[in-house]
Design a protein around this ligand. Structure first.
Ligand code: AMP
Ligand code: TRP
Length: 333
C-alpha cells in the first residue's frame, strides 16, 4: 500500500507555481493512496516569521489545499505543530544518527545561510532532518515534491537506511520521491529564466491564488514576451524563455501537451495568445479563488478541519514513534 506524505510551508502568497507544481498533483493522488498533506509551520520558523502572519498563512494554505480539491475527508490535512512533539522527537532521534557531513552538502542550506553561515540557526541547519522525520513518522512510501526538494528526499532515504542498519530492523521504508516533471516548473511573468516565487519583490511576476479575475488578466497582458509569432514546433521555443513559459502554463492549465498548444497557436502573435491564456487562467483559477475566500471567511471552520486531520495523523504516527523509541532503547514505564 502506497502512503503519500507531502508538505508546504505557510509563508507568503501561494501562486500559480505552487498550484501547478504541487497542489494540483496532490489532488490526483488522493483517489488512489492514503495521503498526508501537512502545513509545515515548524519548518517555516527556521527563518524569522511574524507570528500573526504565520497563523494567517497557515489557514490560507489549508484553504488553498481544500479549494484546489484536496478533500479533507479523504486526506489528513493538518499543520505540523499540531503533532509538534512527535515530529520534534523523531527529528531529535534521527539527528543523532545523521553525520554533519551529510548536512553540509545540502544546497538549500547554503543558499539560505549565504555568507552569514555562522549566524544561521541550528534549526535551519537541521531543516532536512525535520523533513526526514515528517516523512518517516508516517512510514510514507512516496513523497511528491518539486525538483528543488530532491536532495532533501535523498537525505531522508539515507537517514532511514542508516537507522535501519544501526538498529538492525527494516523499520523505516525508504521513501521514493515523485518528482513532477520540468513541464510544471512555472517561471516568473517578468523573467522567463527565474522561477515564479513567493519571495519575488514584484507582484507582477506571479499570479497569486488570491488574485481576482481582473488582476489575473492584467498580469498576463503585461507579461514579458518577445516580438515573434508563436512557433509551430517545440524547437521554435528554444531560447525564447518567456514564450516557452506562457505556452507551458497554457498547456498545464488546459491539460494539453506543448505540441497541441502550438498546433493551435503556432503562427499567431501574443496579441491573440495572451487573451486566450487569460481566459483559460481565469476559468481554472476563479473557482479556486472564490472557494478560498469563502473558506477563509470562517476561520473556525478551517480550524475544525485541521484539528480533524491532526487526529487522524496522530493515530498513524503514535505506534511508529513508540516502536522507534523501543528500538533506540528508551525505557517505557
Ligand atoms: P515553496 O513555494 O518554495 O514553498 O514551494 C512549495 C511547493 O510548490 C514545492 O513543492 C515547490 O516545488 C512548488 N513550487 C514552488 N514554486 C514553483 C514554481 N515556480 N513552479 C512549480 N512548482 C513550484
Ligand atoms: N521542504 C519542503 C519545501 O520547502 C516542505 C516540506 C517539509 C516537505 N517537510 C516535507 C515536503 C516532507 C515533502 C515532505 O517545499
Amino acid at each position: 500500500m502506497k502512503r503519500i506524505f507531502s508538505g508546504m510551508q505557510p509563508t507568503g502568497n501561494l501562486h500559480l507555481g505552487n498550484y501547478l507544481g504541487a497542489v494540483r498533483n496532490w489532488v490526483s493522488l488522493q483517489h488512489d493512496y492514503e495521503c498526508f498533506f501537512c502545513i509545515v509551520d515548524m519548518h517555516a520558523i527556521t527563518v524569522p516569521q511574524n507570528p500573526t502572519e504565520l497563523q494567517r498563512a497557515t489557514r490560507e494554505v489549508t484553504a488553498a489545499y481544500i479549494a484546489s480539491g484536496v478533500d479533507p475527508k479523504r486526506c489528513a490535512i493538518y499543520h505540523q505543530s499540531a503533532l509538534g512533539g512527535y515530529h520534534a522527537e523523531l527529528s531529535w532521534i534521527l539527528g543523532t544518527i545523521t553525520p554533519l557531513g551529510w548536512l553540509n552538502r545540502m544546497t538549500q542550506f547554503k543558499e539560505k545561510a549565504g555568507k552569514r553561515r555562522e549566524q544561521a540557526s541550528l534549526g535551519l541547519f537541521g531543516y532536512p532532518v525535520l523533513m526526514a522525520a515528517d516523512i518517516l513518522l508516517y512510514h510514507a512510501t512516496h513523497v511528491p515534491v518539486g525538483e528543488d526538494q530532491k536532495q532533501h528526499l535523498e537525505l531522508a532515504r539515507d537517514i532511514a537506511g542508516a537507522f535501519n542498519n544501526q538498529f538492525e530492523e527494516d523499520f523505516f521504508p525508504l521513501p521514493e520521491p515523485q518528482i513532477f516533471g520540468e513541464a510544471t516548473r512555472v517561471m516568473s511573468l517578468r523573467d522567463g529564466t527565474s522561477k515564479m516565487s513567493k519571495s519575488d519583490t514584484s507582484d507582477q511576476s506571479r499570479i497569486n491564488l488570491t488574485d481576482d479575475a481582473d488582476a489575473i488578466a492584467q498580469k498576463i497582458k503585461r507579461a514579458k514576451t518577445d516580438p515573434e509569432m508563436l512557433p509551430e514546433q517545440i524547437e521554435g521555443l528554444e531560447g525564447r524563455h518567456e514564450a516557452a513559459n506562457l505556452v507551458g502554463i497554457y498547456a498545464a492549465l488546459s491539460d494539453k501537451t506543448t505540441s497541441e498548444v502550438l498546433s493551435e497557436f503556432g503562427g499567431k502573435g501574443f496579441g491573440q495568445f495572451k487573451p486566450a491564456l487569460a481566459d483559460l487562467a481565469v476559468s481554472v483559477l476563479s473557482p479556486i479563488t472564490s472557494e478560498m475566500r469563502r473558506l477563509l471567511a470562517d476561520p473556525a471552520e478551517i480550524d475544525l478541519m485541521i484539528a480533524d486531520g491532526a487526529t487522524r495523523a496522530r493515530t498513524v504516527a503514535e505506534p511508529i514513534l513508540k516502536r522507534t523509541k523501543e528500538l533506540v532503547g528508551f525505557l517505557e514505564v
